[in-house]
Design a binder for this molecule. Structure first.
Ligand SMILES: [Zn+2]
Length: 287
């Protein structure tokens, strides 16, 4: 199922939504910018670790998603959150009955500190091989969380596969939010069926939309709509109503994370915001 952004936000409401969208973006970006500039210590809160589907487990905090993908040959960790998130990740992995030292590969969604600042610490704890999309490498090299270099053991390219113990993740370049923003896809088995899982990368513009960024976002929105998806996950829980779905999961019944109808909802919202920003930018400057 796909939406035209015109259907998501009507023409009438767009007139007042546009400035609001731009103001919201500025507000959303401010705390991250402060944290990245080292001016504010991130506040993280533990969330109950849980099995999402198949061999995919949630081990992040309430806001920063971290996924443990288990295999018989060791595990893959997708994102680590802030360095402050790492104790939550470790406690989650162990509570679920797994071991940190079995994490063999670490990957990431994008080069922002709320998702990858913990990589250096987890690398120290596990010795896992850290892989990063080539377009995000310069931004990752600029990071020095706690004075530590961001580890990079292998550079990935668009469409490259990461395989461990029979599980294959595919790295799709979906740039815009960062140059190397990566949407990951994999198959998960549950109840004798196979499901397409998509780990979305943020599609939120972080500043002025240059022509190059417009091209990147346009390509990314198109790609995300075309990827096969039964289960949409993301780098922040709000992107896929994680907490609401987790609450439903506790009640039993069908797995609420299997929800193909909402797979592109986050992309639709972000595309609407992106279009609104473009319209705002094209307005002549006030005298
Ligand atoms: Zn980000």
């Amino acid at each position: 199922m796909s939406y035209n952004w015109d259907n998501v936000i009507s023409k009438k409401s767009r007139r007042w939504l546009m400035p609001l969208a731009v103001a919201c973006l500025a507000l959303l970006n401010a705390p991250l910018a402060l944290a990245q500039a080292g001016q504010a210590a991130p506040v993280v809160k533990a969330f109950t670790p849980f099995k999402v589907i198949g061999n995919i487990y949630y081990v992040g905090d309430t806001n920063e998603c971290v996924y443990l993908i288990t295999t018989p040959a060791g595990h893959i960790l997708l994102d680590t959150g802030y360095a402050e998130t790492v104790p939550i990740v470790k406690a989650g992995v162990e509570k679920l009955g797994f071991r940190m030292q079995d994490i063999k590969i670490m990957i990431s969604g994008h080069a922002h500190s709320d998702h990858v600042a913990g990589h250096a610490l987890v690398k120290q704890m596990t010795g896992a091989q850290v892989m990063a999309m080539t377009e995000d490498v310069p931004a990752l090299r600029d990071m020095k969380p706690g004075g530590k270099e961001h580890p990079i053991d292998k550079v990935l390219h668009d469409g490259e596969e990461v395989t461990l113990g029979g599980t294959t993740l595919v790295a799709h370049l979906t740039p815009g939010h960062t140059r190397g923003c990566t949407t990951w896809t994999m198959k998960a088995q549950e109840g004798g069926r196979t499901y397409d899982v998509m780990f979305g990368c943020s599609l939120r513009p972080t500043g002025v939309l240059t022509p190059a960024l417009v091209d990147e976002f346009t390509r990314s929105f198109k790609l995300v709509h075309a990827l096969p998806c039964d289960v949409q996950l993301g780098d922040h829980g709000a992107q896929y109503n994680m907490q609401e779905k987790y609450a439903k999961l506790q009640k039993g019944g069908p797995n609420p994370f299997i929800d193909p109808a909402t797979c592109t909802l986050e992309a639709d919202i972000q595309e609407a915001m992106f279009r609104a920003m473009l319209v705002e930018q094209k307005k002549p400057a006030q005298p």
